[in-house]
Design a protein around this ligand. Sequence first.
Ligand code: SAH
Length: 248
Amino acid sequence: METLDLIIDFHKNNPRQGPGSQQSTIKALQFLPQLTPQTQLLDVGCGTGAQTMVLSEQTPAHITAVDSSKEFLSILKHKVLQKGITNRLTVKEMDMEQLAFAPESLDVIWAEGAIYNIGFSRGIREWRPLLKKDGYLVVSEISWLSTERPQIVDKYWTEVYPEMGTIAEKTAQIEEAGYIPVAHFVLPESDWTSHYYHYYEANEAAFLERHSHSEDAKALVEENRQEMKHFEKYSAYYNYVFYIMQKR
Ligand code: SAH
């Protein structure tokens, strides 16, 4: 099995594919004006739709949820069918590097734990033309919480994600890209531990079993364990941060 397929298989049974929580999605929503049934909201890199479902419960907006993984999308499609909300929640396979929407057609673009795939600075620039005047872009992005940090942490994350930056750096990029930085907040640690890493551990054994303890499967589990250990030790230095910005 290809590495990406293994990663998808590891994550698909978990409630979410990145750190976050219902509470954090709701908190971010509170910085936006009241959404209406006319609101066009795009959820980019939706995964199996943890935040998509929260957005559909908390707002009357019309939501389009896109991701590049068919497997994740089929799980979300199932949830949407079960809830009977296909009339206002559309699920589509789409590459975030080629979002096929008309210019100035969206009121809100939402991306939790996903914009790193295109890169923060590129994503906020390329998606901007799709937003209507005064539209909102809401993303969560891993960020440094301090300009001073142990070299080992710096090296680890810079290798994983070269665009890792401080909140001040991200805020400057937001302004340069033509947005007003409306608000930002750091996710609580429980968004990683209880809502995300908990399921890493809970599903490890079944995952290894499914793949007959293959070398690749064991390597992925080991990598995940390292990532969790790293967080346990160094979470004072980095976290996901929600950035709420408005098109200027
Ligand atoms: N928002 C979800 C998933 C975050 S994980 C959550 O918080 O639970 C990042 C997601 O981005 C994955 O679902 C992955 O399939 C998707 N992704 C990665 N590259 C992509 C691309 N080029 N276009 C669209 N989606 C992509």
